[in-house]
Design a protein. Structure first.
Lengths: 513, 671
């Protein structure tokens, strides 16, 4: 075929080498993951712990790189030139700002914790393979990209990287029918939601002519966006995609099935770190990109939040399986996160951010307890498995009580402060009915958390009589127990002294607005 | 002096604590020794204070301990020692000391009052002493207080001890009923009292007497609208609320019903608590609050009318009583009515004067009645007595002294104090004083009639007791008779303090009387004819001899003699012909029946209704279990939406998309 070139194309392309510095953690993580992948290939099953240790090392170094990423000098420069405490690179598609730092560190540290909790679980079930860790690290990479994305395409890129890794992890136990079913459901529904999100993004791109969130925002400032049918359609589809990722009603259907069907180690991962990334995605898209459409998404989020609080809390009551119960509980907690966002104020965003981070910590601990109690062939995921836990393992029963209290929002655990600050933001935005509704729903929610506590403290196990083996504490390592204790006590400590984390969140939100 | 003031109540308290907590260890002798020692110290020091304050003219006002500080309000333990206080202290500690001694004899065989299988009889003797010492402490705290908080503390503490002592024989149904009744009726009064204190604190910002009185002019003209279209003066409301408290404690109509029943308690406490001291706390409180009451004619009118009603109508009931203690109890009600009338007439000093004389002669009468009861082996029906004069000479003579003092026979203490009250009411000019005057005047006849009816039925006439009792009749032990004699002396002599206490300047600066209420001033004016007090006393008596009250009293005593000694057929005739009056009086104007049916019954019915409709149906049924059921039901329905089918899930996403789109396109801009 004859190919013709215009003169312009003959001029050599101006290709500037992008500034890699802001993306160093991601680059390191990618390289580290590839290294783990390679190393794992050559390891015997008995030496698999090397994969584990290597993965943890990579994650920790990445976290260190994130923390040390922005030095004061470059930040001050950025402040001078752009007026914002953030650095962008890759043609402004990738951003490093305080919010992304806080969220990335949270994601990384929670993943480290998840890996610690997962190890004994995987080991006892012949699932202690390199794939779990490499897939997990790819998912983390996806999350980090989502958190730092400044254009819609990069958001989508990160999301897909995360999702694909997650699909595989859910179906990780191939010979288990339920896990495969859960993986399949998650994949199909996730694909639909991704499609919708992408469709919404394309409409917005069509109307505004840009993929960059800042440009979309500045385009909208001049227009009456709330009467622009294209933008409204685009917003609808974007909200659907977000709703699915967060797992809010009516896009929540996958949550209970996937939580229940997946191996607990995967549920543990699924229910914690990706929520933080989903929050970042929502913040970037709605607050940074579609801020002018606040009126629109505020109303939709109110609706989704109310529905989530209602369905999540009410249906959780009927559950007999802890993982399903926690799945519904997650739905209601995501309703709370929406509350903070829809308040549309800096305080609201900050309290949502605080909520999602602390929720991840709490959820991680709760799943950790389930893993602690489980054996091969015994998942310990029914509510009655908690019966009499206080007499079997008083300390871990106490930890579980802290987690459940925190989820229910009982002071002095962190859950109380998180709920309080979100509710304060909602009341501050004068959406009092929603705040009242949320409180009423929390009361309903308190029922099933307290029921679990009652089972632990006031009921005696009747099933275990004669089954001495199950009464023996789990054969988990010292690291596991130490982390669990630290996790539980941090729930208490953050509840008593929430100031430091909260001010970090406020600073992060302030910096990105 | 401060340490002496502190020592007075604490001496009693320490005695009470030791006897109460270590009664089992120190035994009966130890218990009565330690409490009598404690109260004896209190009594001696009270006389010292009386000399110091009453005659040397010293006063004390100040806090000894700050209990709490809330904002600008200080809650302190403090004392106000002036002539009113010192007089009250002497009365309280002296009567209390006599009662302590008397109790040794009265409670000697307390074991017989308890059922065999009851553990209540263990150390009951020591417990009783602990209670009466505790009472002395509480009463002293009440009268010595310099602020409303401590006043209220003492007020409630004496109420508590009264409750404990009325129900002392806790295995008796009637005793338990009586102390419950006393407790509940006093709740009504205390509620009013507390409201009054709260109002004072709200508007003056202080609970300290001095500060409150200083700030009174500032609140003089504040009015409140309590019911629509009616303006009430704030001071009236405060005064009435405080007086409601006094009505409960001092058993004024209609809160009088508990006092007759309180006779279920042992006789010594009837004398100490329900005759001489606690029931007069209301009178004392109103006298102490005279600056407040003086600002409201409305409140004074109310005090006057309620007091007059109590004085006459409660006396009438005394005529038909056959229980020796109940006759004295109704007499107490009637006499408290007299004191209240004096308060209403702004003759606070006369009220306090009568309080003092009454405390001695009524304690005497009660203890004498107790002595009779001991001799009669706990028989209290006066129809089964008679002719006891020759068996119980000391009791007889002391009873005669007490009765003469009570009816107001010249030269006995009651004569002076009662005459003064009648004169004061006569001179009063506020609404209701006319009614009150006639009530107290007729009351004199009634008082004399029931007093001597009892006196003659018990000590004279034929001996109606059974042979067994008769054979054991003898004067009780010296610990019983000595206090009678010791009380008979002040029952006669205290009347001669008339000059300084009422018409003199004894209460200057303590009791405040407004110029528009000239009752006492009028009397004083009449009284001071001569320079020397002895001449004045005689002229007072001479004046009394030709006045109506004296002849009414003589008529009362005379008709009692004639009807019950000479012509018993008249009593029988009256009983048959005036049956309906007798029934009304015997049933105490149906006050108990009314309270039981309306208040007790109403409260129970209201409680049952609220319980069955409000609590069980509405709250438990609908709100608590109902919402829980609805939630559970919802939960079981909604969980079925989670079918497990992928296409259902996808469908739900599609529905969500459609809903969001429709809302954003058609609804969002219209909100």
């Amino acid at each position: 075929m004859f190919m013709s070139f215009t003169t312009a194309t003959l001029i050599p392309m101006q290709f500037a080498i992008p500034d890699f510095a802001p993306a160093i953690p991601e680059i390191f993580l990618l390289a580290g993951t590839c290294l783990v992948l390679l190393v794992d290939l050559f390891l015997k099953d008995s030496n698999r712990y090397i994969t584990y240790l290597l993965s943890q090392t990579v994650l920790l170094i990445t976290a260190y790189l994130v923390i040390s990423g922005i030095n004061d000098v470059s930040m001050a420069e950025a402040l001078q030139t752009t007026g914002k405490a953030s650095l962008t690179t890759f043609s402004e598609m990738f951003v490093l700002d305080p919010m992304s730092q806080v969220l990335k560190v949270s994601i990384l540290l929670i993943t480290v914790g998840v890996f610690v909790y997962s190890r004994p679980y995987l080991k006892t079930r012949q699932m202690f393979k390199g794939e779990y860790f490499t897939l997990g690290m790819f998912a983390v990479l996806g999350m980090m990209i989502m958190v730092s994305a400044k254009t819609m395409l990069v958001i989508y890129l990160g999301l897909e990287l995360l999702s694909l890794a997650m699909y595989a992890m859910v179906a990780f136990r191939r010979n288990d029918g339920r896990a495969s079913e859960a993986g399949m459901k998650y994949f199909v529904l996730g694909a639909i939601a991704s499609g919708m999100l992408l469709y919404g993004m394309s409409i917005i791109y069509g109307v505004t002519g840009s993929l960059h969130l800042d440009h979309i925002d500045s385009f909208m400032m001049g227009h009456n966006v709330m009467t622009n049918m294209g933008l409204l359609l685009g917003l609808s589809f974007v909200l659907v995609g977000l709703g699915f990722k967060l797992g809010v009603v009516p896009f929540h259907m996958w949550v209970p099935d996937v939580y229940d069907g997946s191996p607990t180690a995967v549920t543990l991962f699924l229910g914690t770190a990706p929520k933080i990334a989903a929050f970042a995605m929502m913040f970037r898209l709605l607050v940074e990109g579609l801020d002018e459409m606040l009126l629109g998404w505020q109303q939709i989020l109110s609706l989704l939040a109310a529905l989530s609080l209602f369905i999540g809390n009410v249906v959780a009551i009927a559950q007999t399986n802890i993982k399903r119960m926690l799945a519904y509980s997650t739905i209601s907690h995501m309703g709370f996160v929406l509350l903070g966002i829809l308040a549309g104020t800096e305080v609201g965003y900050a309290s949502s951010m605080f909520y999602i981070i602390t929720y991840s910590i709490v959820a991680m601990g709760a799943f950790g307890i389930i893993i602690l109690l489980s054996r091969d062939g015994y998942e310990a995921d029914r509510l009655i498995d908690l019966q009499g836990l206080s007499s079997r393992h008083p300390w871990y029963a106490f930890m579980m009580m802290l987690f459940l209290f925190s989820m229910a929002g009982v002071p002095p655990t962190v859950g109380f402060y998180a709920k309080l600050s979100v509710l304060k933001a909602v009341v501050g935005a004068e959406v009092v009915w929603l705040a009242v509704f949320a409180v009423v729903m929390s009361v309903i929610g308190a029922y099933y958390y307290l029921r679990a506590i009652k089972l632990m403290y006031f009921d005696q196990p009747d099933e275990f009589v004669g089954d001495e083996e199950l009464l023996v504490p789990a054969k988990s390592g010292f690291d596991f127990k130490l982390l669990l204790s630290v996790n539980g006590l941090s729930v208490l400590a953050l509840g008593i002294l929430p100031g430091a984390l909260m001010s970090l969140c406020v600073l992060a939100v302030e910096a990105s607005l | 002096m401060e340490s002496i003031y502190l020592a007075i109540p604490l001496a009693s308290l320490i005695g009470a604590i030791i006897a109460g907590l270590f009664g089992g260890i120190i035994g009966r002798k130890g218990a009565h020794a330690i409490t009598i020692l404690g109260v004896g110290i209190s009594c001696f020091l009270s006389f010292v204070v009386l000399k110091h304050v009453g005659f040397d003219g010293h006063t004390f006002y100040g806090d000894v301990y700050t209990w709490a500080q809330v904002g600008n309000t200080k809650f302190a333990v403090g004392f106000q020692i002036d002539r009113l206080t010192s007089m009250m202290m002497v009365v309280v500690t002296f009567v209390s000391l006599m009662v302590h001694i008397y109790t040794i004899g009265y409670m000697q065989d307390d074991k017989h009052n308890w059922p065999e299988d009851s553990r209540g009889g263990t150390n009951s003797y020591q417990r009783f002493f602990a209670y009466i010492s505790l009472f002395t402490f509480s009463m002293l705290m009440l009268v010595m207080s310099n602020n409303f908080m401590q006043l209220f503390f003492g007020w409630e503490a004496v109420g508590l001890v009264s409750y404990l002592l009325i129900g002392f024989w806790s295995t008796r149904e009637t005793a338990i009923f009586a102390n419950m009744k006393a407790f509940l009726v006093n709740r009504v009064g205390d509620f009013g009292f507390l409201l009054g204190i709260a109002a004072i604190w709200t508007y003056t910002g202080s609970v300290d007497y001095k500060e409150v009185f200083e700030r009174l002019p500032a609140i003089e003209h504040i009015t409140l609208t309590i019911l629509p279209n009616t303006e009430w003066m704030l001071v009236s409301i405060i005064a009435i609320c405080l007086f409601i408290g006094a009505m409960g404690k001092s058993a004024q109509v209609p809160l009088h019903v508990w006092l007759p029943d309180s006779m279920e308690g042992p006789t010594p406490i009837s004398a100490l608590i329900h005759a001489a001291t606690m029931v007069t706390a209301g009178i004392f409180m109103v006298a102490r609050m005279s600056p407040i009451f003086e600002m409201s004619d409305t409140a004074l009118s109310m005090v006057l009318i309620i007091g007059a009603t109590t004085a006459f109508f409660m006396g009438l009931i005394g005529i038909v009583q056959n229980d020796i203690k109940r006759v004295v109890a109704y007499s107490t009600l009637s006499q408290l009515g007299y004191m209240t009338v004096a308060l209403g007439a702004s003759a606070y000093s006369a009220a306090v004067f009568h309080l003092m004389t009454h405390a001695f002669f009524k304690a005497l009468l009660f203890l004498a009645a107790g002595s009779v009861i001991i001799a009669m082996h706990h028989e209290q029906d006066i129809r089964k007595m008679g002719g006891l004069k020759k068996y119980l000479p000391i009791t007889y003579w002391t009873s005669l002294v007490g009765s003469l003092a009570l009816i107001g026979f010249p030269f006995f203490s009651g004569f002076f104090s009662k005459d003064l009250i009648i004169e004061a009411v006569h001179a009063a000019n506020i609404p209701g004083s006319e009614y009150a005057y006639w009530m107290v005047l007729l009351g004199v006849f009634v008082t004399a009639f029931y007093s001597f009816r009892m006196f003659f039925l018990v000590f004279h006439g034929e001996e109606r007791m059974d042979e067994h009792t008769k054979s054991h009749l003898h004067e009780p032990a010296k610990v019983v008779t000595w206090p009678l004699i010791a009380l008979a002396i002040p029952a006669v002599l205290t009347g001669y303090f008339l000059d300084p206490m009422v018409v003199g300047d004894f209460f200057d600066g303590v009791i405040h009387v407004d110029e528009s209420h000239p009752a006492v001033e009028t009397i004083t004016h009449h009284f001071h004819g001569s320079e020397t007090w002895i001449v004045n006393i005689f002229s007072f008596v001479g004046h009394g001899l030709i006045a109506l009250p004296f002849w009414l009293a003589m008529a009362g005593a005379g008709s009692a003699y004639y009807i019950y000694m000479k012509q018993p057929s008249i009593a029988k005739w009256g009983y048959d012909k005036l049956r309906f009056i007798h029934v009304i009086l015997d049933k105490k104007y149906f006050a108990d029946e009314f309270n039981m049916a309306v208040f007790a019954g109403g409260a129970i019915a209201l409680g049952k209704t609220l319980w069955s409709v409000g609590d069980r149906f509405l709250i438990d049924g609908l709100v608590v279990n109902g919402s829980a059921k609805v939630t559970g039901w919802f939960s079981s329905i909604i969980r079925h939406m989670q079918t497990g089918y992928l296409y259902h899930y996808a469908f739900s996403i599609i529905i969500g998309v459609l809903a969001i789109m429709s809302w954003l396109l058609f609804g969002a801009n219209n909100v």
